[in-house]
Write a protein that binds this ligand. Sequence first.
Ligand SMILES: [Zn+2]
Length: 411
Amino acid sequence: MDIKRLEKTLNEINGFGDEGVGINRLAYSEEERAVKEFFAELCRKEGLDVREDPAGNIIARRGGENPSLPAVAFGSHLDTVYEGGKYDGALGVVSALEVIRSLNDRGIKTEHPLEIISFAGEESARFGFSTIGSKAMSGTLGLEYEELKDRDGVFLSEELLKYSLNLEGAERSGDDFAVFFEIHIEQGPVLEKQGKQLGIVTGIAGATRFHLTVQGQASHSGTTPMGYRKDAFLGAAEISLALESAAVEEQHYGTVATVGVCEVKPGAMNIVPGLAELKVDIRGISKESKDRVIEKMTFAIAEAEKKRGLAVSVVKTADELPVTLSAEVITSLKDSADKLQYSYELLPSGAGHDAMNMARLCPTGMIFIPSKEGLSHNPEEYSALEDIGAGAQLLEEEIIKWAKVVHEAKR
Ligand SMILES: [Zn+2]
């Protein structure tokens, strides 16, 4: 493991899409294409067999002594959000390459083949649809993606055509993989606050989302006495606060609830709000815990309707199942972290990752690196090189364990 070499490669990767503010390597853009080609070349220099699958994922393979065995795979993504940071995605891909370089340096050969996978189009920023490459690989696209377009009106299908890609052809079988690992920055504040070097991810939260329309009655703010109002905003506020306390009660399950949008209409200082539209996002790795929050929200809605004479319509706009990561892989990661004497925390991931799709194909594990101030999707995103080195070392340890060493040259 050569942490300086890892840092150098990370900087080279971040030379792509860096024009002004943050990093801009959007899903299926020219910049993503260019960085993938650069990365593929780095992999070839390490003796890996590199191909691009039909969905645009880069797969760099190192043969195993026993080619009939399933691959030990690891990676992340090279695309970013608009004005993104230097670590989200890129860190996992670069760490994967550093593991291969280190095995090459050490003359280590493995029984199982190894695969670095750099997934295409992980971020939803451009097309409003996330983890495209890993969904294509795991056969879980399940959406009419032909209709998706970016903010400039460019269709995803046009971009795919331009690069001769086709999401349908990338599907792989679980039999291809023994295990999959992803290193990723935490993108939240927990590890930094707890002073831990690493996170071992227990599960990946699924989001359940609602669009609530609270119907009251708009009226004159000067002439309508307090007792005669049907204030849609106040109903919305009560529902929001009830959601907060419901999620606080569930916080030991890692469940969170957010009202990220509240639009009040007609939206004038001298009118009692007649309508409020809320967008609610509830996430967690326990379906039962999420269900209890939803139940309390439903109760709060009924209360607000009764108390304030409101009518609330509820539309469920998303309902993802949480992904539980493999207990065997978690135990293995803990054992290796103990052996290497790294401090770590077990924690759920509130954000989605390619690993959640790979978990449908094979046992899957994730390593989190602390994020300074929890910042991500932001040019200020930062993780310390020491922590990155610990994560990459832990990954190397796991790859050696899962892929089984058959030969180690003298150093
Ligand atoms: Zn990411």
